[in-house]
Design a protein around this ligand. Structure first.
Ligand code: MG
Length: 165
């Protein structure tokens, strides 16, 4: 069995006047994440975990934030492009686990909706996509509600050319 793991991390600042898109879903909140794309920090961390496992660099290399094509991009389309890349390398995603670090809003109540949005894109059953949430116990930028961070790990399996995929 040829397996690979990847680790992803991302952080975006929160600001008023932006919609909050997290885990591929929109959440009603007074602030949203700031970024060139929709700034979906959870999807960005997953993308970096996948690219790391695939030996394909990182999200900034693939989708530069100076590129106008990715202005306000739906991060799910970036994830779909990464999945195409993995399929072309005959790499199957077997499991993804994530930790969202946010003081507010509460992430737990939205986790099921996020799984429904992202698991099909990853080709995973919902129980193979973990989305967990932590606060930062009131400390630092995240604790002050100025940013949201996310960690993700991905397990990929290299599929034999003789195998149906
Ligand atoms: Mg990002």
């Amino acid at each position: 069995m040829d397996i690979r793991i990847g680790l992803g991390y991302d952080l975006h600042r929160l600001a008023e006047g932006r919609r909050l898109v997290l885990g591929g879903v929109e959440i009603s909140f007074s602030k949203g994440l700031v970024g060139h794309s929709d700034a979906d920090v959870l999807v960005h961390a997953i993308i970096d975990a996948l690219l790391g496992a695939a030996g394909e660099g990182d999200i900034g290399g693939l989708f530069p934030d100076a590129d106008p094509r990715f202005k306000d991009a739906d991060s799910r389309t970036l994830l779909a492009a990464v999945m195409d890349r993995l399929r072309s390398k005959r790499l199957a995603v077997r499991h993804v686990d994530c930790v969202v670090v946010a003081e507010a809003p509460r992430i737990g109540p939205h986790a099921a909706r996020m799984k429904d949005a992202l698991a099909p894109l990853l080709g995973l059953a919902p129980d193979r996509l973990g989305i967990k949430a932590k606060t930062n116990e009131g400390t630092g930028l995240i604790g002050e509600g100025a940013a949201i961070a996310c960690w993700a790990v991905a397990l990929l399996e290299s599929i034999d050319p003789a195998e149906r995929f």
